[in-house]
Design a protein around this ligand. Structure first.
Ligand code: ZN
Length: 389
């Protein structure tokens, strides 16, 4: 009997070790794939490299905070961490907090009845209070970024105001090795129906929020939800309070009705942080020409995604083609990077090798000035105007 019990205890400890220290890493490695991680995998022209070296690169969407990874050291999988962002010439990366994703996740129809993040939060040893609370998950991911910044020897700075962004750009111009990180939320189910949580999330650094992710919630409908409604009454209250606080609205994943409702409710320009466009690739999550025109008319920003579900296939040529399309339709001043790095995506290149996109943009006929805008200046100028001061 004693022997059986001690064998069971050993098995239990072993199972716990696997669950808490191995599973999260395996899921991360399987879900976040970079097709080319070695410098030798790339053949980028000197002209593109020279232009790229002078850029302030910026991107609207990475989900790396979700995973059990130290973003201060360079990983051999996935796409974003501080060393790779610095190598790629990034001035700013937006880090998104993913809060809840349904099982069997797809682009067509999901309910909010199931959740995969609970298990991941456990496996990644997040604090116990995050296991049952969507709001705590948002607080925790903000803490994670701030802690990384503290331990980064000045290489990572959390950006929350116009002044901090100006300082960052000036420091980079003086050859200081530093990248900025801005916090965003993917899905305002994080509020758990409490408007006061919005103010608290602003306090812990969140400066952009997407009302929805893969399912309809208390704020509004998702492009992959069941009913795909517009803003709820609570949602209207949320958007108004976001406007007051100066939190940007991210319309990625929004249902068509939600896009319409947000545009008629907010007084500020919106961002679509990671998306594709119907004009180059037909997907329920991609924007129509009409939506693009209306978002542009309000001064909005379009982050073009780097993965197959956004642009058809992840080749730099395909991303550049979608960017060319958006630029021709609504103007180059609205086109930005919206990678969806580490968002369960397979991409051609990681943050360190983003110069391959500079080259692809040259090949579809963008001028050096336009490439500078797309690769980062559009996003930075927008944030210099619309972040709180
Ligand atoms: Zn997303």
């Amino acid at each position: 009997m004693k022997r059986i019990l001690s064998t069971l205890a050993i098995l239990l400890v072993f199972a716990a070790f696997i669950f808490f220290f191995v599973i999260g890493g395996i899921v991360d490695q399987q879900m976040n794939v970079c097709m080319h991680v070695e410098d030798d995998d790339y053949d980028i022209s000197q002209k593109a490299l020279d232009l790229h070296a002078s850029l302030n690169v910026a991107d609207w969407h990475s989900d790396v905070l979700l995973w059990d990874r130290n973003i201060l050291s360079e990983a051999t999988h996935g796409h974003t961490d501080v060393p790779r962002l610095i190598k790629g010439g990034f001035a700013l990366q937006v880090f998104d907090a993913v809060i809840k994703t349904p099982k069997g996740l797809n682009y067509h129809q999901n309910t909010g009845d199931t959740d995969q993040i609970t298990l991941l939060a456990m496996a990644n040893r997040w604090p116990i209070k995050t296991w049952g609370s969507l709001y705590e998950r948002a607080l925790y991911q903000s803490k994670k970024l701030y802690k990384a910044a503290e331990r980064s020897n000045g290489k990572l700075r959390v950006i929350t105001t116009q002044q901090e962004l100006t300082q960052l750009i000036n420091d980079r111009a003086r050859d200081i090795e530093v990248v900025g990180g801005m916090l965003s939320i993917e899905g305002l189910h994080a509020l758990e129906g409490e408007i006061s949580h919005l103010d608290e999330l602003y306090e812990v650094g969140y400066r952009m929020m997407g009302p929805v992710h893969f399912f309809d919630n208390l704020v509004g409908g998702s492009s992959a939800g069941v009913e795909q409604y517009g803003l709820t009454d609570f949602g209207r209250q949320v958007i108004r309070r976001m406007d007051e606080l100066g939190i940007l609205v991210d319309l990625a994943h929004a249902s068509p009705a939600l896009i319409d409702d947000v545009l008629s409710t907010t007084s500020r320009p919106v961002v679509v942080s990671h998306t594709g466009v119907q004009g180059t690739f037909d997907s329920p999550r991609n924007l129509t020409d009409d939506q693009l025109r209306r978002i542009a008319a309000r001064g909005g920003m379009i982050g073009v995604g780097f993965w197959d579900g956004a642009v058809g296939d992840p080749r730099p040529e395909s991303i550049a083609r979608s960017m060319r399309y958006v630029s021709d339709l609504i103007g180059v001043e609205h086109v930005c990077l919206g990678s969806d790095w580490d968002g369960g995506t397979t991409t051609y290149f990681d943050a360190a090798h983003v110069a391959v996109l500079t080259e692809a943009l040259m090949e579809v006929g963008f001028s050096a000035k336009e490439i500078r805008m797309i690769m980062g200046e559009n996003q930075l100028q927008f944030l210099l105007k619309y972040l709180p001061s």
